[in-house]
Design a protein around this ligand. Structure first.
Ligand code: ASP
Ligand code: MG
Length: 391
């Protein structure tokens, strides 16, 4: 009998009614004769609320304790979903990441899954139960509870699907991957299919629809991801295969919550050391003309004020721009076709009144760093020109 992993994001389990709807969906799959393993995120904005709660206690909470706190969010949804399924007459059991055999490294707040040993998941599936696993969490070799970084439930789902040899379906409030965030542009198009590489680039450049590390896992293990809407629409985007050379723009996206750190070349090592001790992992590092630039996404950096202080203590010449740093990116094989796209991005930024602070052009992505507040305007302009008007 085939196994399917179905992951439901925070907005799909945001309240009791929605949890019941998810239970009905899962029950239907189970009655169809599929063995179902469900991965859930925390309800609605629970993770943000727990983070805010921690910040009220301490301005720089220890990452170990934050992980203890944040993992509670997913525990709430997993237990409620199990109860809802039982009420529908579907036997179900919930597991924390640790109980489900999600083994990670020691990196609190952005741990990586190193292995999945789903012994108990198999036992319960074999007994005919639906197994519900808390997303976004695992356990380290020292038996510490870890979290996988924001949006990490996707990674739990893909890793479990790989280890169970299962199909992987990721449900959210949108029916797939669009050429831009539907909350930012008015005419985004849903992609029927997107390659692993393009999806990874989009996710790294700020698209929230799927987690970058989850896509990386799927690519490594050759798992197709089916991104669908919980509401029951039959549309979907399938993430699989490789980027076809050619003129396509897969998407336009923006990112906020970055820090741009500039240091003299000689201070780069000390700067990276100071940052990594506080769990700050750069997305890009570049150097030229005696200066180095480090781009830091701050989503999973919970001790930023402390990290910044230690950075400046280690490298007094460091210049840190963390007030309104963001980026705009265009993703797709067309990025590699010449400098045209890079110039389009620069032109769009200037039209919205921004001079790019840094630029990057690779085979699948062009990124310009700018004020985060201006980035959505640039996304709208670029999407209109490169997707809507391109036919
Ligand atoms: N609840 C976690 C978050 O908000 C994990 C997830 O939703 O995937 O980031
Ligand atoms: Mg999510």
């Amino acid at each position: 009998m085939n196994v399917v992993v179905q992951k439901f994001g925070g907005s799909s389990v945001a309240d009791v009614e929605k949890v019941r709807k998810v239970a009905e969906r899962v029950a239907a799959a189970s009655r169809d004769g599929r063995r179902v393993c469900v991965v859930v995120s925390a309800m609605g904005k629970t993770t943000d609320e727990l983070l805010a709660l921690a910040k009220r206690i301490s301005p720089s909470p220890a990452r170990r304790e934050l992980d203890m706190l944040l993992t509670a969010g997913e525990r709430i949804s997993m237990a409620l979903l199990a109860m809802a399924l039982e009420d529908l007459g579907v036997p179900a059991v919930s597991f924390t990441g640790s109980q489900a055999g999600i083994l990670t490294d020691e990196m609190h707040a952005s741990a990586r899954i190193v292995e999945v040993r789903p012994v108990r998941v198999w036992e319960e599936l074999d007994r005919g139960r639906v197994v519900i696993v808390a997303g976004f969490q695992g356990v380290s070799p020292r038996k510490e509870v870890t979290t996988l970084g924001r949006g990490g439930s996707d990674t739990t789902a893909v890793a479990l699907a790989a280890s169970l040899g299962a199909d992987c379906e990721i449900y959210s409030d949108v029916d797939g991957v669009y050429t831009a965030d539907p909350r930012v542009v008015t005419g985004p198009r849903r992609l029927d299919e997107i390659s692993y590489e393009e999806m990874q680039e989009l996710a790294r450049a700020g698209a929230k629809v799927l987690n970058a590390e989850a896509v990386e896992f799927a690519r490594e293990k050759g798992i197709a991801i089916h991104a669908r809407a919980t509401s029951g629409s039959t549309a979907e985007t399938v993430v699989r295969g490789h980027a076809a050379p050619g003129g396509r723009v897969a998407g336009v996206t923006s990112q906020k919550g970055l820090a741009l750190v500039e240091v003299p070349w000689g201070g780069l090592e000390a700067a990276l050391g100071a940052l990594s001790r506080r769990g700050a992992i750069p997305s890009e590092v570049a150097a030229h003309g005696g200066r180095a630039l480090v781009v830091l996404p701050l989503d999973n950096v919970h001790e930023w004020t402390v990290a910044r202080g230690e950075l400046v203590a280690a490298v007094p010449d460091a210049a840190v721009d963390d007030r309104d740093a963001g980026s705009v990116s265009v993703v797709g094989a067309r990025a590699g076709a010449g400098p045209g796209l890079l110039l389009d991005v620069v032109a769009a930024l200037r039209e919205v009144g921004e001079e790019p602070r840094a630029l990057l052009a690779g085979p699948l992505r062009v990124t310009a760093w700018c004020a985060a507040a201006r980035a959505p305007d640039a996304v709208r302009l670029l999407h209109r020109r490169l997707v809507e008007e391109a036919g």
